[in-house]
Every structure is written in structure tokens, then in C-alpha cells.
Write a protein that binds this ligand. Structure first.
Ligand SMILES: Cc1cc2nc3c(=O)[nH]c(=O)nc-3n(C[C@H](O)[C@H](O)[C@H](O)COP(=O)(O)O)c2cc1C
Length: 176
């Protein structure tokens, strides 16, 4: 099964989980890039939050790949103001060709599952994600997300827990 991961990550949390998923699924991780502060302070967060609320667009750079040719595409990004980050929303609004099977990786400051974001994602992609992995920031920092990653991989692969646990762990480098 061809699986690709496309990830936007401003401060590295989503990217960290995406890299783990990439190793677990033997899937390349591609990065969506957009201008933004690496360590956003309060003022930058307020400005980014304003951009979410006003549905502003970002200058987004995405690798030129035929995403629809993958059997499953995992899209990853943070929660911003309860919604998709501006770069991810901007890209999805361009209506890129996507495979039928899409899955969603989300990280957030809060432990609450971001239902509004999931609805927004479903509306913009026209697809109900085959699997959703939500990892709160505290779990990312504590490296405490092996269990949800395993369940997510199972759902993406449509395999049993045993098969996933027994699968060899490839040592894959990040690709852009
Ligand atoms: C502009 C902005 C808005 C955010 N809004 C929310 C929010 O509404 N709810 C939440 O739980 N976390 C929110 N966060 C926290 C991020 O979702 C969280 O830190 C996430 O793990 C960051 O992922 P990243 O490091 O991949 O960018 C926000 C962060 C930023 C920068």
C-alpha cells in the first residue's frame, strides 16, 4: 500500500509525530512550508489567530507530488483557534487532487479532540478520514503517544494489532 504523509508544523510537534508515523508505516514524510515564526510568542500567536478567524491565506510551498496517486494520504498539522492551521486550510482550499483514502494527524495544546477541525477537514477534502490521530502537545513532549500511533496505524493499514506489532521497523530518513 502506498502511503504518504504531508505535514505542516510550525513549532515541531506535529512533525515529531509524523516522523514516528513515517517509521511505523514505512511512509515518506513531506513537509508543507509557510512563512512563520519558529518560536511564536504571544503577539505572533494573536496575529496568527487573527489570520485564522479572518480566513486569511498563507504563501504555502508543497512538494510537487501526485498526491492522488498514493493509496492513502495522511495530512498532519496543528490546531489553530480550534480549526485547521492557515497553511493547511489554504492548501486544501486550492482543491488539490487527493486519493479517496485520507487520514488526519492533529496535535493541539488542549487534550480535547478538535471536532470543529475534523468537520472542517471533512468539508474541504470531501472525504471522511479513514483514521484520525489526535495527540495533545503534553503527550508529544512526554513522548507518550505510542499507543494511539499503533491504533492509528492499524486503522490506516486495516490490519490486526498483532500484525502491526510484528512488522519490522524501517530506519527511514525524512524526505522533503
Ligand atoms: C496560532 C495558534 C493557535 C493555536 N490555537 C490552539 C487552539 O485553539 N487549541 C489548542 O488546543 N491549541 C492551540 N494551539 C496550540 C497548537 O495546536 C499546539 O502547540 C500544536 O501542537 C502545535 O503544533 P506544531 O508544533 O506542529 O506547530 C495554537 C497554536 C498557535 C500557534
Amino acid at each position: 500500500m502506498t502511503i504518504r504523509i504531508l505535514c505542516y508544523s510550525l513549532t515541531g510537534n506535529t512533525r515529531h509525530v509524523a516522523e514516528d508515523l513515517g517509521r511505523a508505516l514505512d511512509a515518506p514524510v513531506h513537509l508543507m512550508e509557510a512563512p512563520g515564526p519558529e518560536k511564536p510568542g504571544l503577539w505572533s500567536i494573536l496575529k496568527l489567530g487573527y489570520r485564522v478567524m479572518t480566513r486569511a491565506r498563507a504563501r504555502v510551498r508543497v512538494p510537487e507530488i501526485d498526491w492522488a496517486a498514493s493509496e492513502t494520504l495522511i495530512l498532519g498539522g496543528p490546531v489553530w483557534m480550534g480549526r485547521l492551521s492557515v497553511p493547511m486550510r489554504t492548501w486544501l482550499e486550492t482543491r488539490p487532487a487527493l486519493p479517496d483514502r485520507v487520514a488526519l494527524l492533529i496535535t493541539s495544546g488542549s487534550a480535547e479532540r478538535p471536532e470543529t477541525l475534523i468537520e472542517e477537514f471533512t468539508r474541504l477534502t470531501g472525504r471522511v478520514p479513514v483514521a484520525v490521530l489526535h495527540v495533545p502537545e503534553a503527550a508529544v513532549k512526554a513522548a507518550d503517544f505510542a499507543q494511539p500511533v499503533a491504533s492509528f496505524c492499524r486503522e490506516v493499514l486495516g490490519r490486526s494489532e498483532r500484525e502491526v506489532a510484528d512488522a519490522p521497523q524501517p530506519d527511514r530518513e525524512m524526505v522533503e
